[in-house]
Design a protein around this ligand. Structure first.
Ligand SMILES: Cc1ncc(COP(=O)(O)O)c(C=O)c1O
Length: 383
C-alpha cells in the first residue's frame, strides 16, 4: 500500500531507487531458518493432530510474515490462522486457512472484521450487536466465539451468569451471528497456568450451552502455547471436550510456555538477530560528571570496573528491548541501550571484532515480536 502511495506521488524511478537503497542496507536483520521452522511446525502439527485437536496457528508475533505463512500453508492439518491485528488477517486473505481475529474487535474495525475474518473472539454485547448489524449489511452470517476469563484477568466473561446472558442474546436477538465456541486465554497477563481444574470450567459451560440451546459448539479453544504441556503431563491432562489450541510461540521458538521447557525435538534457533558494530573503543565503565536521567527518563546506575572495551551496535530500543536479546558469543555482555545504540562490554573478546563486524543474538518472544514490527530490521530467509 505504502509503495503504491509513493509510486503515485513520486513515480516509478523513486520507488525503484528506494527499494534498491533499502536492499543495500544489510543490518540489523532477522535471519529466518525456514527448514528449521518447517520441522518445528511438522512436530507440533503431528502432536496436536494425534490428540484430535484442531490447530490455530497464531501469526501475530511475526506480523504474518508471508514466507512463514507459506510454510504453515503446507500443512492442511492447520485449520485456522489466528491474529490479533486485522491488518495481518487482511494480508493472508489468499490462504485457504480460516481466519480468526483473536483479540476482541474494536468498534471502529467492525466492517473489516466481518469482511475479512471468518471468526472473531468476543466478550462485549455492544460489539456483538455491531457485528450483527454489519453482518446483516454485508449479507453474511459471522461466526463468533465467546472468550471466558478463568482467572488470568485479561479478556473474557468472568461471571457465568454474564456468559449465559450473552449467549441468550446471541441466540435470541442476533440472527446474523453464529455462536461457534468458547475460549480462554491464560498465562498472558496474570501468569495463570492452565490445568484440568480451570479448563474443565470451559467444557462444563459448553455442555450447558449445547443442551440449553440444542446447538453444537465445535470450537472449544483451550488456550495458547502454555496449554501444550498438558499433552505430555503425567498428572494433569487436557480435559475432554477441549477441541482447539491456538499456538504461536511454540511453533517459532520450540518450547512450551507454562514452564518454558524446550522441546528436544524442536529448534529454538529458527530466528537469529544480526547486528553490526558501529563503534569499538576502550573507555571507562563509569560515566564522567553528575548523573541525571537517561534518554528514557530513568536514573541509571553503574559499577566502576575500570576501562573496558565498549562496542556499539546499530540497533536500539526503538527496535528491541536490550533485556530481550542474548549475544550468541557468550563473552559479550549487553550493558545498556538508547533508542538507536546497543552498548556492550566486549572486553573478553580481545581483538576478535572490528567496526563493521556483525554480532548475532538469540531472541525471546518479546524481541521476536518487536523485531518483526520494526521496519528498520530487515528480514532474510535461509533454507
Ligand atoms: C488470544 C490469544 N490466543 C493465543 C495466543 C498465542 O499465544 P502463544 O504465542 O503463547 O502461543 C495469543 C498471543 O498473542 C493470544 O492473544
Amino acid at each position: 500500500m505504502k509503495i503504491i502511495i509513493v509510486l503515485l506521488m513520486y513515480g516509478v524511478e523513486t520507488v525503484i531507487f528506494l527499494l534498491e537503497e533499502r536492499d543495500k542496507m544489510e543490518n540489523p536483520k532477522m535471519i529466518i531458518d525456514l527448514e528449521k521452522f518447517e520441522k518445528n511446525v511438522a512436530f507440533l502439527v503431528d502432536k496436536l493432530s494425534k490428540q484430535n485437536l484442531s490447530i490455530t496457528a497464531v501469526t501475530k508475533v511475526v506480523c504474518a510474515y508471508p514466507t512463514l505463512m507459506e510454510v504453515f500453508d503446507k500443512f492442511p492439518e492447520i485449520e485456522y490462522f489466528g491474529d490479533s491485528r486485522i491488518e495481518n488477517i487482511i494480508s493472508y486473505q489468499h490462504s485457504p486457512k480460516k481466519k480468526v481475529l483473536i483479540r476482541i474487535p474494536m468498534h471502529t474495525e467492525i466492517e473489516e472484521v466481518v469482511k475479512y475474518a471468518d471468526v472473531s473472539f468476543n466478550s462485549e454485547i455492544s460489539t456483538l450487536r455491531l457485528l450483527n448489524e454489519e453482518a446483516a449489511k454485508q449479507g453474511k452470517t459471522h461466526d463468533v466465539l465467546l472468550m471466558t476469563d478463568l482467572g488470568d484477568l485479561r479478556e473474557g466473561l468472568f461471571y457465568k451468569e454474564d456468559l449465559m446472558n450473552v449467549v441468550e442474546i446471541i441466540q435470541t436477538e442476533l440472527s446474523h451471528l453464529r455462536l461457534v465456541g468458547l475460549g480462554v486465554n491464560l498465562t498472558c497477563y496474570g501468569g495463570i497456568i492452565p490445568d484440568e481444574t480451570n479448563l474443565s470450567k470451559l467444557t462444563e459451560y459448553k455442555k450447558e450451552i449445547e443442551s440449553t440451546y440444542n446447538i453444537e459448539l465445535p470450537m472449544i479453544s483451550g488456550g495458547n502455547s502454555s496449554s501444550l504441556y498438558l499433552l505430555d503431563h503425567p498428572e494433569e491432562k487436557l480435559p475432554e471436550g477441549i477441541t482447539n489450541l491456538r499456538v504461536g510461540e511454540s511453533f517459532y521458538l520450540g518450547r512450551e510456555t507454562a514452564y518454558e521447557a524446550d522441546y528436544e525435538e524442536m529448534f529454538q534457533d529458527v530466528f537469529t538477530l544480526r547486528t553490526e558494530l558501529v563503534e569499538l573503543k576502550i573507555k571507562p565503565s563509569y560515566p564522567i560528571g553528575k548523573i541525571g536521567v537517561d534518554a528514557f527518563g530513568n536514573k541509571p546506575s553503574f559499577t566502576d570496573v575500570g576501562p573496558i572495551l565498549r562496542g556499539i551496535a546499530g540497533i536500539g530500543k526503538q527496535d528491541i528491548s536490550p533485556d530481550a536479546i542474548t549475544p550468541i558469543d557468550e563473552r559479550i555482555e549487553i550493558i545498556g541501550a538508547s533508542s538507536d545504540h546497543l552498548i556492550m562490554d566486549m572486553t573478553k573478546t580481545g581483538k576478535d571484532y572490528q567496526v563493521g563486524s556483525t554480532i548475532d543474538f538469540k531472541v525471546d518472544y518479546g524481541s521476536l515480536l518487536s523485531s518483526f514490527t520494526s521496519k528498520y530490521i530487515k528480514k532474510e530467509t535461509i533454507k
